[in-house]
Design a protein around this ligand. Structure first.
Ligand code: GLY
Ligand code: MN
Ligand code: MN
Length: 425
């Protein structure tokens, strides 16, 4: 659980980064239409949530910084019994005043007027440039009033890079639920089932254990489908001797998990599957072992490409000299993606990978990133040994950087051939 005092502290840190004479506006997310009269489940904007912990729409956080003094206002919706009958209870001003450690709670209806007043005496306006609705609302209304626009998202995302203990607790909780789901499907009978049935079993475990949502659409990709990186059709029937690449993780209280395991439909890896699988696993373990503060993500990327390239030469997938193959990017055909990404409130945390001066941000204590090497052998690729065609493998864990090395937060989710086969039988 994240205490109100922690949200307050985050707002104070953010305020300390703003220029003098500034106003920062951070909006809640908007509802997104799914089809006529129905919406997707509401999901709060990650940066707004990080600063407030507030899950209602039509809200806005404003930070006003004069010289050194700052003031925070949270704009919220009025209570409205008629609308609440349809769309659920609103917190309302009385409760909001008790809960949030902001200077003032105002109704959202007063937002425009208040901002206009504030901008009369402010030089800088911060908002999230990436959000269409943020841009449209701000630029349309206030474009002539202000000297400079600045992107608030960058500062918030830099802060989000380092996780607090309470954030790590939530990530660990998400991973513990995801572990249950992955172990359940390792054990469950898969022959005569369909990919979406396994998806349903996974997502049932998420919800049953209090994870309201998946952190991203689950990938349940059997056989050659695993060679489509973002495969989400999940509509094929399992074939007895196929592998299933399952990239599925729940979101718990707004914190993600992101886990991939690749398992056999019939519970046993074939020799060819085992060869490829162990090669990827060996690379994953080696890359995880490199992790410590001050290492760069690009170092992990380079090493993973080198190791996978060597592994592919050993298995006869690539032919030639490793250095030259890497130079010619031949390995990219089979390992086209990154080694991992930051993870937190978003599964791909938006946090930047570089400082403003262009230097790469090294790993530091409190960061969480995924390590997810993979190899993808399309069934139509005639250049590789026949036994590997149609196999796609990825193995993904969530890693926390600590004082001098790392903690694999998902190490409890089994991944050796032996362990997976044992659970499957
Ligand atoms: N699940 C998306 C990813 O692994 O990046
Ligand atoms: Mn990932
Ligand atoms: Mn993933």
């Amino acid at each position: 659980m994240i205490l109100e005092s922690e949200y307050k502290q985050r707002r104070e840190i953010l305020a300390s980064k703003l220029s003098k004479n500034s106003v920062a506006v951070i909006y809640s997310a908007e509802y997104k239409i799914r089809s006529n009269d129905t919406e997707f489940p509401y999901r709060q904007n990650s940066n707004f949530y990080y600063l407030t912990g507030f899950k209602e729409d039509n809200s806005c956080l404003v930070i006003i910084k004069k010289r050194k003094k700052t003031k925070t206002i949270l704009f919220i919706q009025k209570k409205d019994p008629k609308l609440e009958l349809w769309n659920g209870a609103r917190l309302g001003k009385v409760e909001a005043k008790k809960r949030f450690l902001v200077d003032k709670i105002c109704f959202i209806e007063t937002f425009s007027k208040k901002i206009e007043e504030l901008l009369e005496s402010s030089l800088n306006l911060y908002f999230d440039f990436k959000l269409d609705y943020s841009k449209i609302k701000i630029i349309k209304k206030y474009s002539k009033k202000i000297a400079t626009y600045k992107n608030i998202a960058l500062d918030i995302e830099m802060m989000r890079l380092i996780k607090s203990d309470s954030e790590i607790d939530l990530i660990e909780k998400a991973i513990s639920i995801t572990k249950k789901a992955h172990h359940l499907v390792m054990k469950s009978k898969k022959i005569d089932k369909n990919e979406y049935q396994l998806q349903a079993e996974i997502e049932y475990i998420f919800k049953k254990n209090g994870a309201y949502s998946d952190a991203y659409t689950s990938i349940v990709a059997s056989g050659n489908s695993a060679n489509t990186l973002h495969y989400i059709d999940n509509d094929k029937e399992f074939k007895d001797d196929d592998l299933i690449l399952i990239d599925a993780g729940c979101e718990y209280n707004y914190y993600a998990s992101d886990i991939t395991r690749t398992i056999p439909v019939n519970g046993k890896f074939s020799d060819a599957q085992k060869e490829l699988y162990n090669m990827v696993l060996d690379v994953q373990l080696k890359i995880i072992n490199m992790i410590k503060p001050n290492i760069k993500r690009s170092d992990l990327q380079t090493k993973s490409e080198e190791l996978l390239c060597k592994g592919m030469i050993d298995l006869g997938i690539l032919k030639g000299e490793c250095k030259q193959l890497l130079k010619d990017k031949k390995h990219k055909k089979y390992y086209p993606h990154g080694i991992g990404h930051w993870m937190g409130i978003d599964v791909h945390d938006e946090n930047p990978y570089k400082y403003k001066n262009g230097d790469e941000i090294p790993l530091q204590k409190g960061m969480v990133l995924t390590i997810e090497p993979g190899i993808y052998c399309n069934k139509n690729d005639k250049t590789i040994p026949k036994k590997y065609r149609g196999i796609g493998i990825r193995i993904e864990d969530d890693i926390l950087i600590n004082e001098d090395s790392y903690i694999n937060l998902s190490k409890g989710i089994v991944k050796s051939v032996k362990e997976i086969e044992k659970l499957s039988l």
